[in-house]
Design a protein around this ligand. Structure first.
Ligand SMILES: Nc1ncnc2c1ncn2[C@@H]1O[C@H](COP(=O)(O)OP(=O)(O)OP(=O)(O)O)[C@@H](O)[C@H]1O
Ligand SMILES: [Mg+2]
Length: 210
């Protein structure tokens, strides 16, 4: 089965709930190795997305995704605003005119989004960023989509990979963003951006499972 627009809109609404619920936790993670604003950033950004969503939810999926990206770009500062802004906007450009996504479309969205993160942030694997989550997740999604799978199977296949990748950020030393200023003291903490990215996958899995 493909992913339809109603599921996309539900996903965005649930993500808003999750970032409200996890606001303090994400901020605590960022307090350990950054400037203690990641939870505030994600909560504010998705709050703004919720304000904009009613104006576009009747439009095609590409328009919705582009609106999410532009809203995050303009309402979330720092590193994660432009990174997540680009992620959703790249997907939106690719999916213009679509009202539902087959597994291949979905994986192309994630691939374009991750490409946007790479372009913006120039992260490398092991730098302790959200890219350390997205790189293996994208590979797992591509592998599963190659089996002519459904979107839910693609997301299901990615979830355990995401879980492991998230835990794997803990022993890394940060090489990007403010966390890199800490040098070896960034070791032993889970990356905040990888954590907020993990919630995207976990929440979508819940939505698609119904
Ligand atoms: N160059 C980068 N490439 C990819 N991801 C990055 C990069 N820099 C930071 N990040 C991600 O952004 C997260 C921090 O997001 P936050 O909302 O706290 O923005 P920020 O405080 O401006 O960031 P930072 O303190 O990292 O410069 C990090 O945990 C990391 O996952
Ligand atoms: Mg921060």
């Amino acid at each position: 089965m493909s992913m339809n627009k109603a599921q996309l809109v539900t996903w965005l609404g649930k993500l808003n709930d999750v970032y409200a619920e996890k606001k303090e936790y994400l901020t605590e993670l960022d307090a350990a190795i950054g400037d203690a604003d990641h939870g505030i950033n994600m909560n504010r950004g998705f709050g703004k997305v919720m304000e904009k969503l009613p104006t576009v939810e009747d439009k095609d999926i590409g328009t919705i995704l582009k609106t999410v990206g532009m809203t995050l770009m303009s309402s979330v500062g720092g590193a994660s605003g432009p990174l997540y802004g680009t992620f959703w906007m790249k997907g939106g450009m690719l999916l213009a005119g679509k009202d539902e996504l087959a597994a291949d479309d979905f994986v192309q969205f994630i691939e374009a989004g991750v490409g946007g993160i790479l372009q913006r942030g120039r992260p490398e694997l092991g730098d302790k960023t959200m890219y350390d989550l997205w790189a293996p997740v994208l590979e797992a999604m591509k592998d599963e989509a190659g089996n002519a799978s459904e979107v839910i199977a693609v997301v299901d296949a990615a979830l355990p990979v995401a879980e492991k990748a998230l835990a794997d950020t803990i022993p890394l030393q940060a090489k990007k963003g403010r966390a890199s200023y800490l040098g070896e003291r960034s070791i032993g903490h889970q990356d905040p951006g990888a954590t907020s990215s993990y919630y995207m996958i976990e929440t979508l899995r819940d939505v698609l499972a119904g």
